[in-house]
Ligand binder design. Structure first.
Ligand code: ADP
Length: 460
């Protein structure tokens, strides 16, 4: 590449010389420089002429040798003057314009790169840039100093260092406006063939924001998970200490403490179980389940298994399905987990409403594909609108104390969301404070043939 760039520059300067010659016109113009050289060398020529005249006059030299010697000296002086001029006209190699602004080759290479990249000359002026760089810093202009458009001191410093030292530089920087974003800039000086100092400096930018966000999420997740585990662990440790010490022979205390200890141990086990389920589902997130399962059968089984808890809480569960079968491609255990979580939540947080209505139906999805919907509606206190968008975040709870009191881990709805995503489905939540909540699981149906009977009866 450097050779081609230099060749391009040479071609351009050659063309310029040719154009100058054409504009100077005919022979007169070509003789002009020699007349000038004669003028500049006149002192040497006059002295030489005087010396040869004296030698000829005194008879030391004959006419012809005197004239011949003078002619040789004159030619030598003129040739030397001409070679000095050309030496003066050829600039030192390092100062030659190695790159043209908007060089098509450099532009083409930059256009093919996936990141924002700007090419600078050794003075820090923009020679070329790709569309991504323009989008990132719209003030960047070809032919203008990069420092006019890119007002990031860290990046400008590393460009200066790269030009001065000729070694690549890497720098990270942070932008607050319009939104928080992290970037890294990699500055690579490139010495073009035959030059000592860098003729081209490439500045490539990488957006580190998604990476940083994932790092933050992972750190938050670990902090939350350890906190959730530490609380029951501390309670257990406290009870064990009491039972070993002051309450060693206190039977009443032991009988009171043991069920609490068991509840704490169960909570820890549930949390670990939920964490493992989440990581397993995330691991398989890209694999769509391919077995046909019947949502109606799964839902009836889950509702039956939760009847005892519902009775304990004085809640009535009713299940209505638009047909006998509703087939989707799914993982039976995971879908059971989804419905268990939704019904358990309604029993935990909305028992005051005294009933839960479950409805299974089929209809048009968002992408005009047929979609099965499983609606779990409760008549409890409902959820304030500001919480709705965050409910599926890990460890997010409207009321932490109530969730813990109910044995919640804060991971239930996160699991529901991930399972539905893996099935190509989604979760929607509707609620008006004071009027209960409706959680709906939407799943793509298995295929038109299998659900024909259902569509017929659903629309009828
Ligand atoms: P948890 O283990 O705390 O139940 P989830 O992820 O299942 O965690 O639920 C998150 C939070 O959403 C709950 O802590 C609760 O505050 C709220 N929530 C979930 N379902 C309902 C519901 N049916 N009615 C009112 N609040 C609910």
């Amino acid at each position: 590449m450097p050779e081609s760039i230099e060749a391009g520059a040479a071609t351009l300067s050659g063309t310029a010389n040719r154009m100058t010659a054409i504009h100077d016109g005919g022979r007169g113009a070509r003789l002009g420089p020699w007349v000038n050289r004669l003028k500049r060398a006149r002192f040497v020529l006059i002295v030489a002429a005087a010396v040869f005249a004296v030698l000829w006059e005194s008879g030391t030299l004959a006419t012809q040798p005197a004239l011949a010697s003078f002619a040789i000296i004159a030619v030598a002086v003129l040739i030397r003057a001409a070679s000095r001029e050309s030496a003066r006209q050829t600039p030192p190699r390092d100062d030659s314009p190695a790159l043209r602004v908007g060089d098509p080759l450099v532009e083409a290479v930059l256009a093919g790169l996936p990141d924002p990249v700007v090419a600078l000359d050794r003075h820090g002026d923009v020679v070329a840039l790709n569309a991504r760089a323009s989008a990132m810093a719209p003030a960047l202009r070809r032919g203008e100093p990069v420092s006019l458009a890119l007002r990031v001191p860290e990046v400008l410093d590393s460009i200066r260092r790269a030009i001065a030292t000729g070694s690549p530089q890497r720098v990270e920087f942070f932008e607050r406006v319009p939104v928080d974003r992290w970037f890294e800039a990699i500055v690579t000086p490139i010495a073009l063939a035959g030059t000592a100092s860098p003729g081209l400096v490439l500045v490539a930018f990488h957006d580190l924001t998604p990476l940083r966000r994932v790092e933050e999420m992972r750190a938050d997740f670990i902090a939350n998970a350890s906190h959730e585990l530490r609380t029951p662990l501390a309670a257990l440790a406290g009870f064990i200490e009491t039972l070993q010490g002051s309450a060693r022979d206190d039977t009443a205390a032991r009988l009171r403490f043991l069920p609490i200890m068991q509840a704490q141990a169960t909570r820890m086990a549930r949390l670990i179980d939920d964490l493992l389920s989440l990581s397993r589902i995330e691991l398989n997130a890209h694999l769509r389940p391919d077995k046909q399962v019947d949502l109606v059968a799964i839902m009836r089984q889950v509702a039956d298994s939760l009847q005892t808890l519902a009775r304990d809480r004085g809640v009535e569960i009713s299940v209505k399905a638009a047909a006998d079968r509703l087939l989707v491609l799914g993982d039976r255990d995971e879908l059971m987990r989804v419905f268990e979580n939704l019904i358990e939540n309604a029993l935990k947080y909305a028992a005051s409403g005294k009933k839960i209505d479950i409805a299974l139906s089929i209809g048009d999805g968002t992408k005009s594909a047929r979609e099965a919907s499983v609606r779990v509606r409760d008549y409890g206190p409902g959820i304030a609108p500001e919480h709705l968008p965050r409910l599926t975040e890990r460890f997010y709870r409207v009321d932490v104390t109530e969730s813990r009191a109910q044995g919640g881990t804060g991971l239930g709805l996160a699991l529901v969301k991930h399972i539905l995503n893996r099935h190509g489905g989604r979760l929607t939540i509707e609620s008006t404070a004071g009027q209960g909540a409706t959680f709906t699981a939407h799943l793509p149906v298995a295929g038109p043939a299998e659900n024909m009977n259902l569509q017929a009866s659903a629309s009828g």
